[in-house]
Design a binder for this molecule. Sequence first.
Ligand code: CA
Length: 232
Amino acid sequence: MANEKLLIVEDERAVARGLVYALEAEGYDVTWARTGVEALELARREPPDLITLDLRLPDMSGYDVCRALRSESFRQPVLMLTAKDEELDKVLGLELGADDYVVKPYSLRELTSRIRALLRRAYGDLAAPSEDDVKRIGDLEVDLTRMVVRAGGDEVDLTPIEFRLLRYLSARPDVPVSRSGLMEAVWGYESDVSSDRTVDVHIRHLRQKIERDPANPTRIVTVRGVGYKLQG
Ligand code: CA
């Protein structure tokens, strides 16, 4: 892949400079937006491969930017930079659809490793050829080559992270997978205290999209004390 394009949305000049400098040193092609409006314009004109989004912007919140992009079917990874851990549920909420978040103050090292992992997971091995290109589990169809998912015949629109989650589960139907196992396989890093919740939130999204009754899931079921499994 050519240099991945990152859009950094951050209103504090000094912070943004540091980020741009560090990420360019990693080989990324970095664009900086200082406001929400500017971020939306840039993302529409030339969609980046990943966006890092500060929650507190002068003209609108990072929530609004993310919501607007997702409503326009922007599916590339969005990494939220949040001030507090409690915002996790909202940040990763179905309505917003961010892929991951980092709590301020973060180290540049942590941030770059999250970015690298998100990019790798979103684009890296999805293009790899597979022996069995379409997995069918019950009335669920996961087309690994075209990245298309159908539930009961209806095509569902998943983010790259959701697709990876489902792909991972569909490769091992009926096998319970732990949250930390999902974290490592799908996000690409070791799980920590907050990552169980990250996994839970994304499973909830996936259920909203593929279950007939998300409150009583029959496709992705919870395995008490373990994690989740895809019902074969
Ligand atoms: Ca800010």
